[in-house]
Write a protein that binds this ligand. Structure first.
Ligand code: SF4
Length: 343
């Protein structure tokens, strides 16, 4: 069966041609898919015979809302979607001044093992498909009734560990006949897969690359991010420098502030040294506590910020959204998994 929503309009047109159907039919179907229809039967301007043929050869993905939590504080909505195979993923809808933003997942689970993250506790189950990534944007928009103008790939999973799918997803959401979200409105977060960062640079996309740095020294970073054990901070920063030189796009460095782990003055100084001569900015993230983790939020966020700024680094502190609804990555899925486990 063909996963029809994972195809671009151009691929769909070529596929329709192979089936002996005119090109304009592909466009009609593409438009229906982005209206969120769940079956070919609903595509009322297609002939009955074509609808029948499509039902026999293709399928349309449509996640179901397994849980939905809305913050009473700021309107943030967290969705737990159940996919066609019963797996669950999370999507977070957030309201910012610069527009509504959706944070989406790229995998079911994650194999990267970051110590502060709930998404990785049970490992990676599988990659998402392009359609399953598009669906998170599409159905969040339809369910919330609000237009989405920005996407961040910062939910469950390491996007560059599902590289080809993520590239196809970007083509799909960027398409003017589909969701038409510009590359400059998309951020992609990575824990630092250097070969994939180099590969991404070759595409020359206008998106924002966010590198989850979280520590400026190898000893600390290797403790909280196993990915650092094979590729250290220096190699990562050299790769970031190359990325900037190739694409001209500034990188955003994510830094979750963890009490007594990465929030010392010397670490702020080292971080400032790492970023010398390279345009970019640091985004300090107040840590969300994960029940299974001993890591606690830092109380030194303001002091750390000040020290970086004194050394010429551009710094922002992420506004905490959805603090009352398990809004950080992987927490809601983890909660649902625990409730359904037999122990
Ligand atoms: S922070 Fe990102 S890369 Fe690290 S374990 Fe969590 S989902 Fe995976």
């Amino acid at each position: 069966m063909v996963d029809i929503k994972s195809m671009t309009l151009e691929e769909l047109t070529a596929w329709f041609k192979e089936q002996g159907e005119p090109a304009f039919r592909a466009k009609q179907v593409f438009h229906w898919l982005y209206r969120g229809v769940n079956s070919f039967e609903e595509m009322s301007d297609l002939s009955k015979a074509l609808r029948q043929k499509l039902s026999e050869t293709c399928f349309i993905t449509h996640p179901v809302v397994a849980r939905k939590q809305q913050s009473a504080l700021d309107g943030t909505i967290k969705y737990l979607w159940e996919l066609g195979d019963g797996n669950c993923i999370e999507t977070v809808f957030m309201r910012y001044k610069h527009g509504n933003t959706v944070c989406i997942s790229s995998q079911v689970g994650c194999r990267m093992g970051c110590a502060f993250c709930a998404s990785t506790i049970a490992g990676k189950v599988r990659n998402l498909t392009p359609a399953e990534m598009v669906d998170q944007v599409l159905f969040t928009q339809l369910d919330s009734g609000e237009p989405i103008s920005n996407i961040v790939l910062m939910g469950i999973g390491e996007p560059l560990d599902n590289f080809d799918t993520v590239m196809q997803f970007l083509r799909l959401v960027n398409h003017p006949e589909g969701l038409n979200i510009g590359m400059r409105h998309i951020s992609l977060s990575t824990c630092g897969l250097v070969e994939k960062i180099d590969k991404l640079a070759q595409y020359g996309l206008q998106l924002t690359l966010s590198v989850s740095l979280h520590a400026p020294d190898d000893e600390t970073r290797s403790k909280i991010m196993p990915v650092n054990r094979s590729v250290g901070v220096k190699t990562l920063m050299d790769t970031c420098r190359r990325y900037f030189q190739t694409t001209g796009r500034r990188i955003s460095y994510e830094y979750a502030m963890i009490d007594g782990v990465n929030d010392a003055d010397w670490q702020a100084d080292l971080l400032a040294d790492l970023l010398k001569g390279m345009p970019g900015h640091v985004n300090l993230i107040p840590l969300n506590e994960v029940e299974e983790s001993p890591l606690k939020p830092s109380r030194r966020v303001a002091a750390f910020q000040k020290r970086l700024e004194q050394r010429g680094v551009t710094v922002t502190v992420r506004r905490k959204l959805g603090g009352d609804i398990d809004a950080s990555c992987g927490q809601l899925r983890r909660k649902a998994m625990k409730e359904h486990s037999p122990q």
